[in-house]
Ligand binder design. Sequence first.
Ligand code: BES
Ligand code: MN
Ligand code: ZN
Length: 497
Amino acid sequence: MKITFAKPEFPAQGAIVVPVYEGKIWGPLAKALDEHVAGALSRAAAAGKFEGKKDQSIVILAPAGLAVDRVVLIGLGKPKDVDDLAAEAFGGKAISLVQTSGEEQLWLLVEPVTGVTLTDGQFAAHVAMGARLRSYRFDKYQTKQKKEDKPSLRKVVIATGNHTGAKATFAPMDKVADAVFLARDLVSEPANVIHPESYAAEIKKLEALGLKVEILGEKQMKKLGMGSLLGVGQGSDRESQLVIMRWNGGDKADEAPVAFVGKGVTFDSGGISLKPGAGMEDMKWDMAGSAAVVGALAALAGRKAKANVVGVVGLVENMPSGGAQRPGDVVTSMSGQTIEVINTDAEGRLVLADAIWYTQQEFKPKLMVDLATLTGAIIVALGTEYAGLFSNDDKLSNKLTEAGKKAGEPIWRMPMGDAYDQLIKSDIADMKNTGGRDGGSISAAHFIKRFVKDTPWAHLDIAGLAWFKKDGPVTPKGASAFGVRLLDRLIADYYEG
Ligand code: BES
Ligand code: MN
Ligand code: ZN
């Protein structure tokens, strides 16, 4: 699907999407189109109880007097509430209604009315972004898809008063969309295709974008003393990997980088503490935190961000076998701290412990954000609306919260404190890897915190947002790539230039 920008006109074929604002507010183009068809659009709107409320839509087929096959009215809500995300939702809605309709071409009229604060160019660029993000499909393994289920749409034209401005604004956003698609692909791939070794090889390919990629195998990690990470992968036939990505776009090459760290468990069976069978297939996406980090680095490199950023992902497969780690085992992490492994299914934190320690030792980052599908408990607490945020730094928390809001990837800060830290006391080692059911996400965050020195740090538990069970405004159901846009936005708004 190709997206282009052009001056508004009424196309001679395909579909046309017309925005309508809440309270039946129609822009001049919409009005002109309605007049051209002798009021058929406003009549259809009235008959369909369509008032231009956000997310409302109505499809009018074969309108007499027009060459196009269909006119789609989409509600944008109140003009004053139309922001970046509303513009994206509008573009996304258009795609959801037209992508498999049989139409090959779609014109989207972008027409701000009085009260809309977005400029024409921004508005149009965000509509394009929403359209692109919503068009994502992962159907490479569907060999018997019926023609009517396949996308028919080839060409999307965003019609705007400022098409050159929109095109320029969209160019870097398009790179971010590429990165979102990359992350969604990685998360969607089954675990027989994406395992630690193949995953590392995929990341290596990103050197084409100008990233530096280094891969450490088990031998090197053993030398570094990463007993915590290695213990998790010990039961797998695949070799665990630590992959380091560097983007040095900052003005000063020696300026301390921002660091992103990701949990990349390519399949989480639970290990010897085996998970129940029902739903276990979901655990192919237990590497979504790492995919967000890979995607963020790809986005930054793609749009040539002026910042120094490092991404570190721990890639392991958590499997039961004769060689697997057992409950009760004690492992020694790279930090020197020992861990009693009470439950082999609390493996993500064991991976992060060494990845985080390594990141601090190696790069002395100015701040560090880790992302992980860490606990089922965060889904109990926050559902699938917000990811959990845990941090030792108020400023960083506020920046992340703000970036999440703007990017449409919301996060909510959770409490931390000594009483929670007590939950992971061990009788035999420096700590144990589970703190019990109550406050499970918080004790998990405290476990990670024990490997953070005095670096400003934040941990995002994204277990509830990595995989959508139903379509979202700009995310078809399935892998969301949650975190890519948030991290990109954090850099864009606070650490560039
Ligand atoms: N990968 C899971 C967490 C998870 C659950 C992610 C559901 C996405 C959806 C994690 O490794 C895990 O198994 N956590 C355990 C921790 C427990 C054993 C302390 C959990 O949440 O039950
Ligand atoms: Mn687990
Ligand atoms: Zn896991």
